[in-house]
Design a protein around this ligand. Structure first.
Ligand code: DC
Length: 281
């Protein structure tokens, strides 16, 4: 009955119909491929999709999450990455490792002339143990050492130096080339992964972010003063968004998500929903 309903009377007819549909799909796909290659050769972004995919480039899915310090990017991104089986990459850790190296070398992290000569002495790598990112600085695991307030400020200092940004750029792109990633930072959607299939700019009021950071520090048993945390956040916001190179700002095609007043669970659910609706995963 169901065959008749669609105007197909027998299984032989159904088979013919399927072959015809498959052939038609293949022809349509070939035409799209041809158009995309022509667009690519002409150096024009193809309206049918990412041309680099067609010419054998990255087939990976990239989700860029940018935003100011303390907006909850890392925790939210890590959770969503776990849920969809993507690698979560925290690019701030790379800047922190360079900041730590500068501090240990007794150098002012904001002094470009002093930091630049240090770069050839730095070898950084990211390792992923059960999906958890570890940062190795010249072979030493500094994942814990880079989480102090001094290193936060040093990271912000070195991140304004163009040579440092160039130094870390290819490292970030290399990881994305061979992985489905959720990458968080300040310039992921604007500079590092401008072709990311989904770009989010996660933000919250400075007071909200300071309150969360303050609670985190207290939880870890570290001494904290709310006003000092708030002042730190405001200063880093200013530095990160006023630097000349790759300043913190939403990409024109980024979706801005304000998590002020939301719990972590609500923010994770919101982002998970956006990923599902946009990318179908
Ligand atoms: O995300 P975070 O707080 O760990 O980042 C530390 C500093 O590194 C932050 O002040 C800005 C800088 N940063 C950057 O400039 N670009 C990135 N992609 C990531 C971090």
């Amino acid at each position: 009955n169901s065959l008749r309903f669609y105007g197909i009377e027998s299984h032989a007819e159904l088979a013919k119909f399927s072959v015809r549909t498959a052939l038609l799909t293949w022809i349509c796909f070939s035409i799209m491929r041809l158009c995309s290659i022509l667009f690519c050769i002409c150096g024009v972004r193809c309206p049918l999709g990412d041309t680099s995919d067609i010419l054998g480039g990255s087939q990976m899915i990239h989700i860029a999450i940018d935003g100011p310090a303390g907006a909850g990017k890392s925790t939210i991104a890590r959770r969503v990455a776990e849920q969809i089986g993507f690698l979560y990459v925290d690019t701030g850790a790379l800047y922190r490792a360079v900041g730590l190296f500068a501090l240990r070398a007794g150098v002012d992290p904001a002094d470009a002339a002093a930091v630049e000569p240090l770069l050839p002495k730095i070898s950084l790598s990211l390792a992923f143990a059960q999906g958890v990112q570890q940062v190795l600085l010249n072979g030493e695991n500094v994942s814990e050492a880079i989480r102090t307030p001094q290193v936060s400020m040093a990271a912000s200092g070195v991140s304004a130096i163009p040579a440092v940004r160039r130094f870390l750029f290819s490292q970030q792109q290399d990881i994305a080339r061979s992985n489905n990633v959720i990458m968080d930072g300040r310039d992921i959607g604007t500079v590092v992964l401008p072709d990311a299939q989904l770009k989010l700019f996660l933000t919250a009021s400075p007071e909200d972010r300071a309150q969360r950071r303050f609670a985190q520090l207290q939880e870890k048993g570290q001494k904290a003063d709310y006003e000092a945390v708030l002042a730190d956040i405001r200063q880093r916001d200013y530095q990160d968004s006023h630097r000349a190179v790759a300043p913190l700002k939403p990409a024109p095609d980024a979706r801005v998500v304000d998590t002020s007043g939301s719990t972590l669970e609500q923010s994770v659910a919101l982002l998970r929903g956006i990923v599902r609706d946009t990318l179908g995963i």
